[in-house]
Design a protein around this ligand. Structure first.
Ligand code: KIV
Ligand code: ZN
Length: 502
């Protein structure tokens, strides 16, 4: 058996996706889903990057029991100390330290010689090792580094105590053949490599991150670094769901290869990450996209009805989609609701949480004839009814339209005081936001407004994500409702409450 470790970096490299900004509670919610998914390692953040990152890592380290929890740290003493402090309470702590090694990084970024870098690798891996047993070392931009020098770098790290060496394609430059060659070369030439894990970390700039990670596994890599939905810097990272399903679906090629992933948790994890980051997946995204298991052409539909294997290489249920045909509605009872949660892989809630979710479900069922699987996943993942408590709350609103002009009248409570405002706008959302802006008279900027429907009917729930910016900081607000204006106003208020919390 060849066990491939799944190292998830959704909360670190994934959080480096432009505009993504998660708070500690949201990060913990994702970390718990990653634990249910069965990932071996959760990279919870970069502790030295900010106090917010530090406390989120600490919170995750205290709450996650089954997965290793790691923090990234540059190969400098102060970063390693902060990382060690943040993961101190983890059941399985790891420090992940890195330094760049390629000529362009050595000359222009670090201004260090090859020898100086080797010295730093030796000293900093030893330093990390003085805090924890489990130390991962990455040579940033490894795939554009001279192969012979890489051997020296990784041999130094292993001698200093690294238990995993990570070989990143930081700029997503390589092709699968090149990846295979390099990993094979390193495997054959680095002394001591047989006793440690060989990891790869691929970026997707040329759309090859998944193919490169798989080529690396074929060459002997034992750990894949990846993110849910493939989110991450620039074009993103290797997509977790794709590599896992390649290894599972192509058993003929990967006989004996295993991962710890409970694939039924893939779809709920994908939904949760989309919801909390505001980064939705394209419809044709493999495994988790809206169309990944839809069959449009008549010939295909006919084939699938006769035998799903005609056009489906995986069963949607295997990745937690279309788990049963039971559609819930307002007459559904708590048992049916709990059954549905279990079938969707969304179990493990205490009685109080079930009561709260059931009440939210009933609320939704009052407004929507059929409550579909995606509604339930999104209700559970996003705590749809959650209102970000703060200075503002919505009392009521009214939209009217006359002579092609749309007017919004809004009543809100601001610091407990009732405020009434009205404004015209190019549409109901624009008018409502302008009415709120009149009350606040503040200089934040609305950077992004996104509205999507969770399911396809006219009574579908709208999911709105709003990002506002002030003084270089971004605040995200989300809300869901069957009424698109209500969802829009609540998302705006949630973002504003986050702004005023800080
Ligand atoms: O892309 C990269 O090289 C990284 C390292 C810090 C592992 O994210
Ligand atoms: Zn990266």
């Amino acid at each position: 058996m060849k066990h491939i470790k799944i190292f998830d970096t959704t909360l670190r490299d994934g959080e480096q996706t432009p505009r993504v900004n998660l708070n500690a509670k949201e990060k913990l919610r994702i970390a718990k889903q990653l634990e249910s998914l069965g990932v071996d390692v959760i990279e919870a953040g970069f502790a030295a990057a900010s106090p917010g990152d530090f406390s989120a890592i600490q919170l995750i380290a205290e709450n996650i029991k089954n997965s290793t929890v790691t923090s990234l740290a540059r190969a400098v003493k102060s970063d390693i100390e902060v990382a060690a402090e943040a993961i101190k309470k983890a059941t399985k702590p790891r420090i992940h330290t890195f330094i760049a090694t390629s000529p362009v990084h050595r000359e222009f970024k670090l201004k260090m010689t090859k020898e100086e870098i080797l010295k730093s690798v030796d000293e900093m891996v030893r330093y990390a090792k003085s805090f924890v047993e489990d130390v991962e070392f990455s040579a940033e931009d490894a795939m554009r580094t001279e192969k012979e020098y890489l051997v020296e770098v990784y041999e130094t790290a292993i001698k200093a105590g690294a238990t995993t060496i990570n070989i990143p394609d930081t700029v997503g430059y390589r092709t699968p053949d090149e990846m295979y060659e390099t990993i094979k070369y390193l495997k054959d030439n680095i002394k001591g490599i047989e006793n440690i894990d060989i990891s790869v970390h691929c970026h997707n700039d040329l759309g090859l991150a998944v193919a490169n990670s798989i080529a690396a596994v074929e060459a002997g890599a034992t750990q894949i670094e990846c993110t849910v939905n493939g989110i991450g810097e620039r074009a993103g990272n290797t997509s977790l769901e794709e590599v896992v399903m390649i290894l599972k679906t192509r058993k003929d090629l990967f006989e004996g290869y295993t991962t710890n992933i409970d694939t039924k948790q893939i779809y709920p994890a994908s939904k949760l990450v989309s919801l909390l980051t505001g980064v939705t997946t394209q419809p044709n995204k493999a495994i988790v996209g809206a169309n990944a298991f839809s069959h449009e052409s008549g010939i295909h539909q006919h084939g699938v009805l006769a035998n799903p294997e005609t056009y489906e290489i995986m069963k949607p249920e295997t990745v937690g989609r279309n788990v049963d045909s039971l559609v819930l509605g307002k007459l559904s009872g708590k048992h049916a609701f709990i059954d549905k949660l279990n079938n969707l892989g969304l179990s493990g809630f205490d009685d109080k949480k079930i009561e709260q979710l059931f009440a939210e479900f009933k609320n939704l069922a009052d407004r929507k004839k059929y409550v579909l699987d995606d509604d339930i996943i999104s209700l559970v993942s996003g705590d749809a009814a959650e209102v970000v408590k703060g200075r503002l709350s919505l009392e009521q609103f009214e939209i009217s339209r006359k002579d092609s002009k749309t007017k919004a009248e809004i009543n809100i409570l601001l610091d407990g005081e009732k405020e009434v405002s009205a404004s015209y706008g190019s549409g109901p959302v624009d008018a409502s936001y302008k009415a709120i802006n009149r009350i606040l008279n503040d200089n934040f900027v609305l950077e992004e407004y996104k509205l999507e429907s969770i399911t396809g009917d006219t009574d579908a729930q709208a999911q709105v994500v709003v990002i506002i910016e002030k003084n270089g900081k971004r605040y995200i607000g989300r809300a869901q409702s069957t009424d698109i204006v209500e969802a829009s106003i609540k998302a705006y208020i949630n973002a504003l409450n986050r702004l005023y919390q800080n």
